[in-house]
Design a protein around this ligand. Structure first.
Ligand code: SF4
Length: 342
């Protein structure tokens, strides 16, 4: 059990706050500080459309503090933010300022719905070049509709006092003045709180990775049916056959199974007849014989049948596994494949 760090701030009424909890070190410490100041805390975890972050860690952090955690799914609305960010991109397709504005706007709605006094986060002034500079912190606060109601406990003493601080709902003196990229102070605080199992810093936003960003740009250009389709961008080899058709080829059994599991009901599944090769998911409406033939060539190319022999490939629509068809595949060459690769 973690011990409180300080006595409660006396207030006229119970104070309630909504905290963004990622399960990382900063948001966990922020929640610990606010909670120990006597504030009733509810946590929000935002689940990426492609599920990249550690929901389990967030739940663990919430359980450790004894606070409620709700999971909000990021969906098509979030993808629209990624597609057209007002404040631009970071190193790849990561629109960090807009991403936060989107999440914090939803946190603001939740704050109003549950009658909370403010929203807080684990942001640290100057920690990240794009989204945590003083100017971007201000943009995020303003554009998310949280002006005066967005508390950053780790850097609060370096920032303008928020409304809850001015009203005495939370004691500014008990908040911190951390800035910069070093995590030394947070690690030291975590040790004092008995928090040991937190994930490494800055882990894993797929939007910061070029291969994933390329695949995301491709679906932005040619279309997608719903946000769940972005899950498959994490797996396999991706090929743009033409503006209407795309193929994804699994690289191992695990990916093959995942691709089948997350295939859209309008997709087709293709495999070698003996099922001793990769699974291919064909995306697009009403493929012609020519498209099936090309996709079958991809299946053969990534199979063990490396010679130019003809092999049988079977395919069926996801929504009717009994509607099986057979096609003979002619292996595609590297030169034919390379221009299709996303
Ligand atoms: S790194 Fe990814 S999740 Fe984090 S703010 Fe940027 S876009 Fe959003």
């Amino acid at each position: 059990m973690i011990q409180p760090i300080t006595s409660l701030t006396p207030t006229q009424r119970p104070v309630k706050a909504v905290g963004l909890i990622s399960g990382g070190l900063d948001s966990t410490i922020a929640a610990k500080i606010v909670h120990d100041l006597g504030v009733e805390v509810e946590g929000i975890y935002f689940a990426m459309p492609w599920g990249c972050c550690d929901k389990g860690k967030a739940q663990q952090a919430a359980d450790r503090l004894g606070i409620k955690l709700i999971i909000l799914q990021l969906d098509e609305r979030y993808l629209e933010t990624v597609r057209k960010p007002k404040y631009g991109y970071g190193s790849a397709l990561n629109p960090c300022v807009d991403c936060r504005i989107h999440m914090f706007s939803r946190a603001a709605q939740y704050m109003n719905a549950v009658g909370a006094d403010f929203v807080f986060t684990g942001e640290v002034l100057g920690q990240r070049p794009m989204s945590q500079m003083r100017k971007s912190l201000q943009w995020i606060e303003r554009d998310s509709g949280l002006e005066g109601r967005l508390l950053r406990p780790l850097s609060a003493q370096l920032l303008k006092p928020t409304i809850p601080e001015q009203q005495g709902l939370i004691d500014r003196e008990k908040l911190l003045q951390i800035s910069g990229r070093s995590r030394k102070e947070q690690i030291h605080l975590a040790q004092g709180f008995g928090i040991t199992d937190y994930p490494a810093a800055a882990g894993g936003c797929l939007l910061t990775e070029q291969p994933f960003a390329q695949r995301m740009k491709d679906i932005f250009q040619y279309g997608y049916r719903n946000f769940r389709e972005t899950i498959a961008l994490k797996w396999g080899r991706h090929f743009r056959i033409n503006k209407d058709f795309k193929a994804i080829v699994g690289r191992d059994e695990e990916e093959n199974a995942a691709l089948i599991h997350y295939a859209h009901s309008d997709d087709y599944i293709m495999q070698l007849s003996k099922n001793d090769g990769p699974t291919l998911i064909l995306k697009g409406y009403h493929p012609s014989a020519e498209i099936f033939s090309l996709a079958a060539g991809l299946v053969q190319h990534f199979s063990r049948y490396k010679n130019n022999e003809l092999v049988d490939v079977r395919y069926w629509p996801v929504n009717n596994k009994n509607d099986i068809h057979l096609i003979q595949a002619q292996r595609l060459t590297e030169n034919e494949i390379e221009p299709l690769r996303i």
